[in-house]
Design a protein around this ligand. Structure first.
Ligand code: PEP
Ligand code: MG
Length: 331
């Protein structure tokens, strides 16, 4: 039966491709040699070690809120310094992108966030806590800067939930005032993405938080499984918003990465690169598969797949059309 032998042949091809991909090591790059910086997400020293073992070129998202969530009171500056140093340790000579405290919404910290908010995902969370708990963020910036002294890492620091150029400028001034050289913002609200030409002009780099960006573009709670069909980053509306901000970063010649779940999906990662992203940060366990897949596609193929995906009417079609192009490149 012809279709059965087709299926068999495709399986054999996919198997061979997977085996080849798994054998790929070293810095991330596309088939045509275009470099793609592959980084790991970490929340503690164990995560940083796992990223190092997975061959990550650094940490692209250090979620500092874990330390705060595990504590009953605000960790002192010295406690923060020692914890941050443990995360930096396995990454000597590499980039570490530290994210300032992202307390609130799905990660409320009882001694920092308001006990009740009507709409916490849209409330005082992330960098917005400068409105209510400014000293906490000031102490954290000092701790980050001091922890990096002598740590032999390339320190980058970014703030979550930055929404406007004024907030980006405020963060950059505050971080630079404590001696931090590389300052950036997460792009995770529609306002920040649509206004990225002005937001990114204030800082040195940007990083898409595609989990929140998808939730806010689609107005759908990322934690509500009843809405899971609405919270895929494959949604062409989300990809269009990403494209706006990625091309603004390109015009400004500023690095722009992705550190949400989307970066861990090989096909979606390729589409994001096609939209102009230059680094991908993900769970360390995903790095090998993403590295392997990216070594099978050229930048032009990623760009073609991205164009197809943003022109599609639905998640399913965006994903199917992009995959067809990306897999077709290996036939
Ligand atoms: C994101 O929103 O995509 C992100 C990386 O941050 P978090 O998942 O910690 O909110
Ligand atoms: Mg987020």
């Amino acid at each position: 039966d012809a279709s059965e032998s087709d299926i068999h042949q495709r399986k054999v091809r996919e198997e061979a491709l997977r085996a080849r991909a798994a054998a790929v090591t070293g810095p991330g790059k596309l088939k045509d040699g275009t470099p793609v910086i592959l980084l790991g997400n970490a929340g503690d020293a164990g995560g940083s070690l796992a990223a190092a073992r997975a061959g990550a070129e650094g940490i692209g998202l250090f979620r500092t809120e874990l330390l705060f969530l595990e504590s009953q009171t605000e960790p002192t500056i010295d406690e923060q310094i020692s914890m941050y140093r443990r995360v930096f340790e396995p990454m000597k000579g590499h980039r570490v992108v530290v994210r300032t405290l992202d307390a609130g919404s799905d990660k409320p910290v009882p001694y920092i966030n308001a006990p009740h908010e009507e709409n916490p995902a849209l409330g005082v969370r992330g960098w917005r806590l400068t409105r209510t708990n400014d000293e906490v963020l000031e102490r954290q910036l000092q701790a980050i800067s001091r922890a990096a002294e002598g740590a032999d890492i390339d320190l980058w620091v970014m703030a979550p939930m930055v929404n406007t150029p004024a907030e980006a400028r405020h963060f950059a001034e505050r971080a630079r005032a404590v001696g931090i050289k590389k300052v950036g913002v997460m792009i995770e609200t529609p306002a920040a993405a649509i206004h990225a030409d002005k937001v990114l002009a204030e800082v040195d780099f940007g990083s898409f938080g595609t989990n929140d960006l998808t939730q806010y573009v689609m107005a759908s709670d990322r934690l509500d499984s009843r809405l899971s069909d609405m919270t895929s980053t494959w949604h062409p509306a989300v990809l269009r918003v990403i494209q706006i901000a990625a091309s603004a970063a390109g015009h400004l010649i500023k690095p722009i990465g992705v550190c949400g779940e989307a970066a861990a999906n090989p096909h979606l990662a390729a589409v994001l690169l096609g939209l102009g992203v230059n680094s991908l940060s993900m769970a360390p366990s995903a790095i090998s598969e993403v590295r392997g897949f990216l070594s099978t596609v050229d930048l032009a193929t990623c760009q073609a797949a991205a164009q197809k995906a943003i022109s599609a009417p639905s998640v399913e079609e965006a994903e199917a059309l992009a995959k067809e192009i990306l897999e077709g490149a290996n036939k």
